[in-house]
Design a protein around this ligand. Structure first.
Ligand code: COA
Length: 155
């Protein structure tokens, strides 16, 4: 079973510009082609975009553990980015953040959710499958060096 028991104290909050330094550290440690600071700033300004952070208590201090960014447009949601601090993976952080995001989407009358994932990213593909996402189609060379699998969840 999943070790969400480790996730004793956490909060989910909207991302602010004060979070960007920590977010960028996680981003750079997580992706071969990380987003720039400017890309995150533009999401913070974008009215269709939601950017959330998960902050967890670690040895008495609050640590930025994970973030997610998604758009909602006309009942369709698109998850653009999700990453977890490499030191805090496999402890249910992505699960908690995704569950909260999907709950909020439902409340906003979203009926389907899309995302792209690298074909080789089996950790993320497994995570999404657990939430009921299905693999819809392939976008060839979406990442330049690799295909993307487009995954879809219908509510
Ligand atoms: C993918 C990622 C977000 C998962 O975050 P996480 O907090 O470790 O995930 P969780 O602990 O909530 O795991 C939930 C499920 O996802 C799957 N999963 C997560 N990490 C996995 C791994 N390394 N290998 C295989 N499956 C994995 C498992 O099914 C897991 O359930 P289990 O622990 O009960 O087996 C994290 O590995 C990450 O930040 N990766 C780099 C960025 C990235 O690839 N983002 C997705 C882009 S589409």
């Amino acid at each position: 079973m999943h070790s969400e028991k480790d996730l004793i104290d956490y909060s989910i909050q909207p991302m602010t510009s004060d979070d960007l330094e920590d977010v960028l550290k996680i981003e750079r440690a997580s992706f071969p082609n990380p987003w720039t600071k400017g890309q995150f700033e533009s999401e913070l300004r974008n009215p269709v975009s939601t950017s959330l952070t998960l902050k967890a208590e670690e040895s008495g201090a609050e640590v930025l553990a994970a973030y997610v960014i998604y758009w909602v447009v006309h009942g369709e949601a698109h998850i653009l980015n999700i990453a977890v601090n490499p030191l805090m993976r496999r402890r249910g952080m992505a699960t908690v953040l995704l569950r909260e995001s999907l709950k909020t989407m439902r409340r906003s009358l979203v009926y389907e959710v899309f995302l792209e994932v690298r074909k080789s990213n089996s950790a993320a593909r497994d995570l999404y499958r657990k939430f009921g996402f299905v693999e819809a189609f392939v976008r060839r060379k979406y990442y330049g060096d690799e295909d993307a699998i487009v995954m879809k969840l219908e509510f």
